[in-house]
Structures are given as structure tokens and as C-alpha cells.
Design a protein around this ligand. Structure first.
Ligand code: ADA
Length: 571
């Protein structure tokens, strides 16, 4: 399953995943383990490659002719793509989409090979041994599309509220909504393309733009801000969605290509210390969630993703933080449809200044941000872009990296907030850039300070000594570890009782903290971590889940549910 809705009616597309591909390992002593494997999938879900770190080859045949677009939703973590034995694309990062255009293919059967590599090394600045697993495989779907001479390469829609402020918070149809569409068109032929691009909101024609593309040209088009009458706003309680379609017509008026996406009319901004969603003061009750499962690795199927969201909703959550990388777009489709707000972040966790000085770091971060925002721009559930979780935001070198990445996000998207989850206690120097100040704190786990005291001390420092003063404030991580099934009247650390007690105090203090707009509990479920973390992580797992890796609830499940159910979505 690619998306929860059709993204084309004119363009012909075929999923190349959703079946078995030929597989063999390519490095180390496990050379040439030959078999057929499910794609999408991770090789760590097979017994003989469960801890394999290196390269492996996936291959299959496919029929095609003319202009073909291959889209890879995620290959973990570095991909080399060959068609008929010739390299046609390469990509770094497991968590972002990449594509390749194959022009003028001869009719017939072709071979597709993807070499995936999950090894660590100096050329990988973001996938490093870490407190989560860098899996190996074609972990998200692969799609083949048949293109004509010209096609719709990108369709971004920005909702704009122009009505009276008070109206925005009412549910039901409103006439204050406008929108702006940005479209990129590409001419694959060697001759000029003339025609029009027609944009529909649901069935209604909303805009028509004239098109002239020189041979081989990629051109950006933008509509003015146009009215979108009688649409309902998107709220967590009323997640109204609308299909937007860009159809490319040639000079004779024939449709030659199209691209369909879904949008929601909602406005996100800050006002003083508040995060406003459609004018209402948002209160975040969320979880940090890794894409991780003992049976699927990071390649969770649709039903497993939906099960996680159902548990989060049962727990009273209204938001998920995609810690620490962009998520599968089908997860975002489900969040759009179910009114679950998303903090989506680029790929980084706990990188020191030395790590950030890796010569590949800045380009790999920039690529991840561009690819994340380009492919996820239209999802109304995403209210904030995060960067660089717990990286070196306390050093001058780090500050320059944060500044550049915040600036890039603002260049790509003016409609959403920005933040970064910091762990630099009273030493962070990067709060002048983001709209929201966010911290990961672990009183009652990594240090036994009373939570209320620790939190108010940190909050007061932010208000008095930093450029984050007066900005909205979020706790983006707090929690404690518990080994599922370890129950003891001693309530010692690693027991389920201790985790429940710690979270009770942590959440209680955060809910009471003035100026705090919410919390993300670390973390939704227990996850596999890299082997080298064995000494810090019992079971070589991060055991701070509210449920274990099989989604079995720990005692803390009811504790979190009690707190989350006690508060609505707004302050
Ligand atoms: C950090 C980090 C998380 C996880 C957590 C923990 O806050 O952002 O990825 O490692 O600590 O479990 O200690």
C-alpha cells in the first residue's frame, strides 16, 4: 500500500514492492546468502541476517518503455540503484524519498537492482551507532510510473486564513480560507511543450495557468492567493481533508499527466507563549515514536502503523513526535485523517560537535530537510518541523549549523513552526532562531532531582537568560525505563512500578508548569538499539516504552492515560 488515497488518475503507476524480490548479501562472512525476501522489509527480520551490517542486493524484473519514473519511499540506509546493470541513482538516508527518471526506455523486460548498505563509517554522518537501530533493506515501498513528454513534478498547497480572527476557531464551513499553490512542471522531450495546468479542489476547478516549457525545462509556477469557499477547517476534533489535483493538459486540451494530493485548512502560529492552532491555544499530549518493531524492523506495514496510532489515541494522545527522522508518508496520511498532530524532524540524534564536524554532516542534513519538506509539505497534521535532536546547540560551531538549518526550513516553508529538542541544560545558545523552545528532561531517571524543582529552574533560566524568553515551551522528552514484566514491591529502577511512579511525577509537574504548551513522553514503545549500546541498555533495547516492543502495556500505560485523559487539546 502506497498512500491511503489515489495520487493519480491520468498517470499510470504500478507498485514494484508488495512482493518477493531476489536477495543476496554482498559483504562480510555471510556473503551471498541467496533467497527471496518481502519488499518492503528489513533483512534483520530474517534469522541468518538478524544482526547483519553491510551491503545486500535486491533485484527483480519489470516491464516498461518510454519515460519511466521510479520512486523509492525509503531504502535503509544508503541505496545504489541499477537498471539493466547500469547505475542510475544513489541516495543516502533511510527516511526520505528519492526518485529517478529513466528516459526513452526500450519496450520490454528490464532488471532493477537496489544495493542497500546499512554499514557505519566516516561517510555516514547521520546513521551512526545510536540509541535506535539503523536497519538494512528496502524499508518503504517502490513505485514505477509511466510518464509522457511532460509531468507534474511537485504540487504544494498553502492554506491562508483571511477571515476575522474570531471566526477561525468555530467548527463548520467558513469563508475566510484562501490558498496558494506552487507547482513544478518538467518537460522530458526535446521539443517545446505548450498547454495549461488545471488545479481542482475536489471536483471544482480552482485555477488554470498557461504553460510553456522549453525542451528539458523544469519550471516553477505559483497561483495567487485564491479563495477556497465553504471549506471546513482542519482540527484534531474535525480533521477535514480535501483532494487537490494538478492536471497538465497539452495544446489540444488532452490531459497528459496529473498529481493528486490531500490538504487541510488549518493555521499554526504562536502568540506570546502559546501555540495557536486555528486561533486556539494548543496543549500537546504526545509520544515520541520510533519506527521499530521486532517482526518488521523499521518497515512497519499499514496495519501495524494504524495499531500504534490506535493505542496512542486510547492513551489520550493528540500528537506524535517522529523521533528522530522523517516518517513513512502513510503514517502521515493516517495522522491527517485521524486528527493526530505531528512534530516531524530531520534525521539526527545526540551528535556532538565532533560528529557535526563530519565533512558530510551539513550536506546530509540539508538533503534530509529538503526531501522531508518537499514530500511532506501538504500534510495538515504536521504543525512543526524539528531539527537536530540533542546535538551541539551549546557550542559556537553548533550554533552556526542550527542557524543554517532553521533558515533552510523557513525558506522551504513559511507556514509551520520550528524547534529543536535540546538537552543542553542551561547552556543552549540557539533559542533565538526557533519559534518554540523545547527540552528533553529526565529528572527521576538520569538524576534524582524533584521534577517540579528541576523544571521550574530550567524554565526560569530560559525566561531570564536566553533568547527563548517569552516563546512557547514544550517538553519533548521525559520518561523512565521499565523491563516489561519486572514487577516488584521495592519499586526499584527498571521495574514497571518505578516507571509508573516517575511518569506520574514528571507529567504532573509538566502539566502544572506555567508557560508549558505540552509534553512528549519518551517513549511510545521499547525499541532495538545498536549492538554497541549494550552496556547502557538492558536487552540492547531502549526500554522506556509505555508498551514493550510487542505493544504489551506496562503499568505506566494507565498512569499516562489518566493524565492525558484529564486534559483536552487546548490550554
Ligand atoms: C535522549 C534521546 C532519545 C533517547 C533518550 C533516552 O533524550 O533524545 O533518543 O536516547 O535520551 O532513552 O535516554
Amino acid at each position: 500500500m502506497i498512500r491511503t488515497f489515489e495520487t493519480h488518475k491520468v498517470r499510470k503507476s504500478k507498485e514494484l514492492s508488495g512482493c518477493l524480490w531476489n536477495f543476496h548479501t554482498l559483504s562480510g562472512e555471510q556473503k551471498s546468502i541467496l533467497r527471496q525476501v518481502a519488499v518492503p522489509g528489513c533483512w534483520e527480520t530474517y534469522p541468518d541476517t538478524i544482526r547483519y551490517r553491510g551491503k545486500a542486493s535486491y533485484s527483480r524484473t519489470f516491464e516498461a518503455e518510454g519515460n519511466v519514473r521510479l520512486e523509492f519511499k525509503g531504502v535503509s540506509h544508503t541505496a545504489t540503484v541499477l537498471v539493466d546493470g547500469k547505475e542510475v541513482a544513489s541516495h543516502y538516508n533511510a527516511y526520505t524519498i528519492f526518485d529517478v527518471i529513466l528516459s526513452n526506455m526500450l519496450p520490454g523486460v528490464h532488471t532493477l537492482e537496489v544495493i542497500a548498505d546499512n554499514s557505519f563509517g566516516p561517510e555516514s554522518a547521520l546513521h551512526v551507532p545510536n540509541d535506535y537501530q539503523s536497519y538494512g533493506g528496502i524499508s518503504r515501498p517502490v513505485v514505477m510510473e509511466q510518464l509522457g513528454d511532460a509531468y507534474v513534478q511537485l504540487l504544494h498547497f498553502t492554506p491562508v486564513w483571511k477571515g476575522a480572527a474570531g471566526e477561525l476557531s468555530k467548527e463548520g464551513k467558513q469563508n475566510g480560507w484562501y490558498g496558494r499553490a506552487d507547482i513544478n512542471l518538467r518537460n522530458l522531450s526535446q521539443s517545446r511543450f505548450c498547454g495549461t495546468v488545471e488545479i481542482r479542489l475536489e471536483k471544482e476547478i480552482w485555477a488554470v495557468l498557461p504553460v510553456e516549457l522549453e525542451a528539458g525545462e523544469i519550471k516553477a509556477f505559483q497561483t495567487q492567493e485564491l479563495a477556497c469557499a465553504d471549506v471546513e477547517s482542519w482540527f484534531p476534533e474535525q480533521p477535514s481533508l480535501y483532494h487537490i489535483t494538478a492536471t497538465l493538459l497539452d495544446a489540444s486540451g488532452e490531459a497528459v499527466d496529473d498529481l493528486i494530493d490531500r490538504v487541510g485548512f488549518r493555521q499554526v502560529k504562536t502568540e506570546g507563549k502559546d501555540i495557536l492552532l486555528n486561533g486556539r491555544k494548543l496543549f500537546i499530549k504526545g509520544f515520541c515514536r520510533h519506527e521499530d518493531h521486532p517482526q518488521f524492523g523499521c518497515a512497519l506495514p499499514f496495519s501495524a502503523i494504524q495499531y500504534d496510532l490506535a493505542l496512542a489515541k486510547d492513551l489520550g494522545a493528540n500528537s506524535i513526535r517522529t523521533s528522530h527522522y522523517p516518517n513513512d508518508e502513510i503514517f502521515l496520511d493516517l495522522c491527517d485523517e485521524q486528527g493526530i498532530l505531528v512534530w516531524e524532524e530531520n534525521h539526527a540524534r545526540g551528535l556532538s560537535e565532533e560528529d557535526m564536524r563530519n565533512p558530510h554532516f551539513e550536506q546530509q542534513c540539508e538533503d534530509c530537510i529538503r526531501e522531508m519538506i518537499t514530500s511532506h509539505y501538504n500534510h495538515p497534521s504536521i504543525y512543526i518541523w524539528g531539527i537536530l535532536n540533542e546535538c551541539a546547540s551549546h557550542t559556537e560551531y553548533g550554533r552556526k549549523c542550527y542557524e543554517a538549518q532553521y533558515a533552510l526550513i523557513r525558506k522551504l516553508d513559511t507556514s509551520r513552526l520550528r524547534s529543536s529538542a535540546s538537552c543542553q541544560f542551561k547552556t543552549d545558545i540557539c533559542f533565538g532562531y526557533p519559534e518554540v523552545v523545547s527540552y528533553n528532561i529526565y529528572p527521576k531517571w538520569y538524576h534524582d532531582t524533584p521534577v517540579k524543582e528541576y523544571l521550574s529552574d530550567l524554565y526560569d533560566w530560559i525566561q531570564t537568560d536566553t533568547e527563548g524568553s517569552g516563546k512557547p515551551f514544550l517538553i519533548t522528552e521525559t520518561g523512565a525505563g521499565a523491563i516489561y514484566g519486572y514487577r516488584t514491591p521495592t519499586h526499584v529502577k527498571w521495574s514497571e512500578e518505578y516507571q509508573a511512579d516517575a511518569l506520574n511525577e514528571q507529567i504532573g509537574a509538566i502539566f502544572e508548569q506555567k508557560g508549558c504548551s505540552g509534553i512528549y513522553v519518551w517513549q511510545f514503545c521499547d525499541v532495538r538499539v545498536c549492538d554497541s549500546w549494550f552496556d547502557k541498555r538492558p536487552r540492547t533495547m531502549n526500554n522506556k516504552g509505555i508498551v514493550d516492543e510487542y505493544r504489551r502495556p506496562k503499568l505506566a500505560y494507565e498512569t499516562v492515560k489518566k493524565w492525558f485523559d484529564s486534559k483536552g487539546n487546548y490550554r
